[in-house]
Design a protein around this ligand. Structure first.
Ligand code: HMG
Ligand code: MG
Length: 300
């Protein structure tokens, strides 16, 4: 097996991470966090979410965060949008691209966005059509690919079908998401095999939560299967307020340590990334879970 020379990391800490924190993080601190992440070498940063502030109050200041960040050339600053209202807000904030986020299971879809899967796909298609006419690229997440907190197992064939529909409607990439951190490497290989019948690996990304400690080995399984884009969160921040039991994302530090060791480039510097994590840790009021961050932080 030949490993890739380079992979793309998508830093989701400011969005997936901070959306789930109980502590109120100030807009200025969010801006400083994003700027530290870009200084670390990230080329794609999910800054916030243009969702209903009633549903996710932590993301209510999305426009102000976008207005305050220092945009580094070569970095794509992106945000979640669930609908056309979100897209309009995102465009006004001059996002570089947007991400839609339907799910593969009905109950989670209803709980997270109050829509059926088909309704979410209709809303996603409207976003894709409108974004295209504005010259904006659309990424898609597909949640609960590896299991639903309410329904349990999700058939891989259903995941493959929904992935194909998202690509057909204009998403440039689908990030197959393990919302509640239940996936294991055998399942990752199986799902990628099934999805691979409908979508090439270069149109796929993987988004793992580390609830059961399998995120890192799942990334390795993804690399082995030919995927080269991975979502990760500084310090292992993360979680979805509408997915009971979901904890943080795959930690960017942990990915970097493994990928560096494998000789796979990311363009992100571990020491500077840890500066970003060390900046946000006291503001969220609890220790960050990343193993590599914990191992190195005390020694710096
Ligand atoms: P709804 O209440 O059904 O929406 O929510 P609605 O269309 O009936 O509108 C109700 C109100 O919300 C109206 O305002 C709208 O204007 C407003 P009012 O008239 O009551 O004053 N509204 C908005 N406001 C701002 N921005 C918007 C927007 N849209 C409507 N875009 C809705 C439906 C989808 C809006 C809501 O359910 C929502 O915002 N959900 C977001 C939930 C969320 O953000 N979850 C976390 C992110 S997903 C995730 O973490 C998973 C992921 O990481 C991958 C993985 O791990 O699986 C991506
Ligand atoms: Mg997530």
């Amino acid at each position: 097996m030949t490993l890739p020379a380079r992979v793309q990391l998508v830093e989701v800490g400011p969005r997936d991470g901070l959306q789930n924190e109980a502590a109120g993080i100030s807009t200025a601190d969010k801006i400083a966090f994003v700027n530290r992440l870009s200084a670390a070498g990230h080329t794609m940063i999910e800054v916030s979410a243009f969702v209903s502030p009633k549903w996710v109050p932590q993301m209510a200041d999305a426009a102000e965060v976008f207005a305050g960040i220092t945009r580094r050339p070569g970095v794509r600053y992106t945000a979640l949008v669930p609908n056309l209202k979100g897209l309009e807000r995102a465009k006004a904030a001059h996002v570089d691209e947007v991400a839609i986020f339907p799910a593969a299971s009905e109950t989670f879809s209803r709980r997270n966005i109050d829509q059926t899967i088909d309704e979410a796909l209709d809303a996603g298609k409207a976003v894709c059509d409108a974004a295209r006419s504005s010259g904006l690229r659309v990424r898609a997440y597909l949640s609960t690919v590896f299991g639903c907190p309410f329904e349990g197992a999700v058939p891989a064939a259903r995941v493959a079908e929904l992935t194909a529909r998202l690509l057909d409607m204009g998403a440039y990439e689908v990030s197959l998401s393990d919302t509640i951190g239940v996936a294991h490497p055998g399942q990752v290989a199986g799902v990628l095999h099934e999805v691979g019948k409908r979508a090439p690996a270069d149109r796929l990304a993987l988004h793992f939560h580390d609830t059961r400690g399998t995120a890192l080995v799942n990334v390795y399984a993804g690399v082995e299967a030919g995927v080269t884009t991975f979502d990760a969160s500084a310090g292992g921040l993360g979680g979805c307020p509408y997915a009971p039991g979901a904890t943080g994302n795959a930690a960017t530090e942990d990915l970097l340590y493994m990928l560096d060791g494998l000789g796979i480039a990311t363009g992100v510097r571990l020491d500077l990334l840890m500066d970003a994590s060390a900046f946000i840790e006291p503001r969220i009021g609890h220790p960050l879970p990343s193993r590599v961050y914990r191992a190195n932080h005390g020694r710096r």
